[in-house]
Design a protein around this ligand. Structure first.
Ligand SMILES: [Cu+2]
Length: 190
């Protein structure tokens, strides 16, 4: 009686073989085993380059608008009753028609405004003191002085006009005795 055990053995082997084929097939057919391709052209937000967060800022107008080859209308005042101009620098284009309006808003002090060659403000003021109040505290017919207002009492105002000199840095100063040490600034000609 040998056939029956063999038949059983074959049956078992066949079952194992079928099971193996079935398992192998199931691996290939499993939909969960297939990787889902990423949608094309999709970039995660964190991978995007930083976008500019600052809005374009408007360029503030300069305190002293200069029209190239044209005219510059400049206004300068004092800082209250302090011995200071309210501007530390002024500018104009070379050869342009410059208008300077000096408003002396001080309630107690008299001042003038003079445009002088670079580095000469103190020497010009010293000579101006010698020239006296009748000459607006300025030396007369002095080549270092390029333009000037008269001495203005408190609340006074004066507008002067002149042609801007050649490009370079000049000084503006009040030559009232003693004021030149704190009342001055750079006048730049472009
Ligand atoms: Cu002054």
């Amino acid at each position: 009686m040998v056939r029956k055990p063999l038949a059983v053995l074959f049956a078992i082997m066949g079952a194992i073989l079928l099971l193996g084929i079935a398992c192998g097939g199931s691996d290939e057919a499993d939909p969960n085993a297939t990787a889902t391709p990423a949608p094309p052209n999709t970039v995660a937000p964190e991978d995007r380059p930083d976008e500019p967060t600052l809005a374009p800022t408007a360029v503030p107008p300069t305190a002293a608008p200069v029209e190239p080859g044209g005219a510059a209308n400049l206004v300068v005042d004092v800082s209250g009753d302090a011995l200071e101009f309210n501007l530390g620098s002024m500018s104009a284009a070379a050869g342009s028609d410059v208008s300077v309006t000096f408003n002396n808003s001080s309630s107690v002090n008299s001042h003038n405004w003079a445009l002088v060659e670079a580095g000469t403000k103190d020497a010009v003021a010293a000579d101006g003191t010698a020239a006296g109040p009748g000459n607006h505290w300025l030396p007369v017919d002095d080549s270092r002085v390029l333009a000037f207002t008269t001495v203005l009492g408190p609340g006074g105002s004066e507008t002067i006009n002149f042609t801007a000199p050649g490009a370079g840095t000049y000084q503006f100063v009040c030559t009232f005795p003693g004021h030149n040490f704190t009342m001055f600034g750079d006048f730049t000609v472009n």
